[in-house]
Design a protein around this ligand. Sequence first.
Ligand code: UDP
Length: 473
Amino acid sequence: MAPPSDRNGCARRRVLLLPLPYQGHINPMLRLAAALHARGLAVTIVHTETRAPDRRNLPAGYELVVVPDGIPPELAASNDIPSFVFALNRNCEAPFRDILTGRRALREGEEAAGEGEAGRVVACVVADVDWFAPLAAARELGVPALALMTSSAARFRVYLAYPRLCEKGYLPVQESNLDTPVDELPPLLVRDLHVAMDTARHATYADLLDRIVAGVRQSSGLILNTFDAIERADVEHIRRETSTPVFPVGPLHALSPAAAAPVQQSSVLPEDRSCLEWLNTQLPGSVLFVSFGSLVSIDADEFLEVAWGLAGSNRPFLWVVRPRLVRGRDSVELPGELLEETRGRGKIVGWAPQEEVLSHPAVSAFVTHGGWNSTLESMSRGVPMVCKPCGGDQLGTTRYVCDVWKVGIRVEVEDKLTREGIKAAIERLMDSKEGGVIRDRMREMCDVVSKCTTKGGCSDLALQNLVDFINLS
Ligand code: UDP
């Protein structure tokens, strides 16, 4: 049967993709858009006004619809993720319904299609798992809706298990049970679950996870930015528990060519590409790349401990110090004494082209917060990790990186983060026999990622299954 045409006479089936407007969620969704587009589907990115990409930077063939979100800038800039996500779902459900019912145009500057038309044009919706209201709206309007989990399968298992974890007393987390193993989710300890300790925030978070899981259970399927070779058991578990089709298509950044995905252009902050020139002046395998992702904030004294730890490592380093990395501060200066000590071997930028940096031969290791995208990006380049997780999924990911896949080392923190802890972790990775084994294992991991994502590999096949599923839906 010939594929249906949309109203522009195009034979491609159209997929609407809704990223959550955080960098760590936008990047994998845009990479998924690129992968689907490369396999013959037409893509429309439906984005909130908050952090909307510039349409002039989108590759040919992409459509962008920006919907009003009514989010106050203070909320968008805050780290109150549950409140932000609830507000987005509340405010964007109606404009999203309008797109699906044809009351809002699918293309900028065009007339709306008219009642009932868009259902014919749109083959499928792919929304971040956090978009529970649009997922429900699509379902109600009879449009197949798939959810994308941008973090790990293990993290989604935490979401699924959440009510049971509360019943069994693991949650809310208390000081006294931090080192208790979570029997239902090995190898995680209670401290790795990272959820709010105070009751009010815990309740809001529980409510959010409840809606996310309900949305996924009722969706047409779940897309995971992971791959069988590292999380097969977790993926299988999710399949059994949700009774929904599950597509482990990751790492998404490795599946779709960078040029086809407008990731750089949709950076929330402007990239400082001078760091690539600086890397060109450094010896191969010498530089520590240091970045704590797009959201984490640390205290000023922790920041200084990291700085002195890097100085003490006696290695060149490239450090991303973005606005609000130090809690409450738009910018931060290093003390003169420290600048003197690291002169010529320390480069600081506000935002880096991370994937290009990790691919650079001068980079030897990644000092990271253990964000899921950063972890996958590091694995696909074979760059071993020094993990300093700060919260959220980073704690569980660090557990897997260091104790299961054994491709990184955790910064040991007793009461608080110290310069000695940073320096010791770097030295363990770079100078010890144990570190040598970890570095070798990360090189092997790079080959595994490559096999999974090339033709016939597990992620390539999962992506084809997903495309077939969309085409048949
Ligand atoms: N990133 C980047 N430049 C930087 C820092 C981060 O391009 O200087 C990108 C990085 O490549 C990754 C994303 O931002 O794709 C961060 O996502 P991650 O899941 O690692 O962490 P989060 O920001 O969600 O905590």
